[in-house]
Design a binder for this molecule. Structure first.
Ligand code: SAM
Ligand code: SF4
Length: 322
């Protein structure tokens, strides 16, 4: 499946819900969002059907996200469903970690390969300010549980001026004793992200080098992976930087997103895409759905332009699926 710029689209990020047990200030408004009514949300079987059709068109890698995916009932069953789909080689999840101590071993047994866990601070008071909850302890337990279950783990941290900028060293230290990668992601001006000021990756790298010494860059082999990795002496894991603002990686973009109500979205910034729920529920065949998916993929925008124009998609990150 290629878009009109010749990019091979083989990575699908599937949001299973727009609900979340945290209220990260840069992702979700304090008062929450108007949740999509349950009947509008695709069933796990409907979502798995779209995944199967897209696997037939060349999707190999799947990420399960949300909202918080572990809020959705029977996520483990969904992992089992998609791990049986021919062509899907890699199944990952992005989670806030609050429920991982309960689910990690079941997810491993069901066929999940890897987990990314979001953590912006290791300080309880800052965590409460960012997420509106006192669940840091549960997230740290979740990281331990995922590690004990044998998952490769990446920690994702979004640095923000005046919020968690003093905590980045302590988040990076999660990569010291265990082979866990810690990645710093530049804040994007999506939804509530516009209300905060992000920090450039090179600034974060310099800040870490002041504490941990010179970082050694890793040669990037997979151009579709947006992260650039470094290694600090004495660390078991790597430190990565994802820099959508300072170093656009759109020309290597290989992904599409499916929202929990069945909208296929081709770029984080723009609202363009295809509603797959309506045709799916009105009896369309797999072949018809394949045609709609291919037509939408052909219209994938060349790149985001967060820095020059206003966002045109009103959805918040929690509704899109990060
Ligand atoms: N609830 C899960 C979690 O937090 O990992 C999955 C969904 S969340 C939307 C996915 C990722 O998007 C998180 O790592 C979060 O930090 C990131 N994110 C949310 N809003 C963002 C923004 N405006 N800019 C950059 N990353 C953002
Ligand atoms: Fe929830 Fe994840 Fe958004 Fe935080 S970043 S509010 S955990 S969806």
């Amino acid at each position: 499946m290629t878009d009109s710029y010749g990019r091979n689209i083989d990575y699908l990020r599937v949001s299973l819900t727009d609900r979340c047990d945290l209220r990260c200030t840069y992702c979700m408004p304090k008062c929450g969002v108007d949740n999509i009514p349950h009947k509008e949300i695709l069933t796990l079987e409907e979502t798995a059907r779209i995944v199967r059709i897209m696997a037939g068109l060349g999707v190999k890698k799947l990420r399960i996200t949300g909202g918080e995916p572990l809020i959705r009932r029977n996520v483990t069953g969904f992992v089992r469903l998609v791990s049986d789909i021919t062509g899907i080689e890699d199944i990952c999840m992005t989670s806030n970690g609050t429920r991982l101590s309960e689910y990690a071993s079941q997810l491993k047994a069901a066929g999940l390969h890897r987990i990314n866990i979001s953590l912006d601070t290791t300080h309880r008071d800052v965590f409460s300010k960012i997420t509106g909850t006192d669940m840091l302890g549960k997230v740290l337990e979740g990281i331990d549980a995922a590690y004990d279950a044998g998952f490769p783990i990446k920690i994702n941290c979004v640095p923000m001026k005046g919020v968690n900028d003093k905590d980045l060293d302590s988040v990076a230290l999660l990569a010291k004793e265990r082979p866990i990668d810690v990645r710093f992601i530049e804040l994007m001006p999506i939804g509530c992200g516009k209300e905060h000021t992000g920090i450039r990756s090179d600034t974060v790298l310099h800040q870490l080098e002041e504490n941990f010494g010179k970082a050694e860059p890793y040669e990037r082999t997979d151009m579709s992976s947006p992260a650039e990795y470094y290694r600090f002496s004495g660390f078991c894991g790597n430190i990565g930087f994802i820099s959508p603002m300072s170093h656009k990686f759109c020309r290597y973009c290989d992904r599409a997103r499916l929202t929990s109500n069945g909208f296929l979205k081709l770029c984080l910034q723009y609202p363009d895409g295809a509603d797959l729920k309506t045709p799916l529920r009105s009896g369309c065949s797999d072949d018809d759905l394949s045609e709609m998916i291919l037509a939408a993929v052909r219209k994938k925008p060349l790149q985001h332009s967060f820095s020059d124009t206003d966002m045109t998609d009103d959805r918040k990150m929690v509704q899109i699926g990060g």
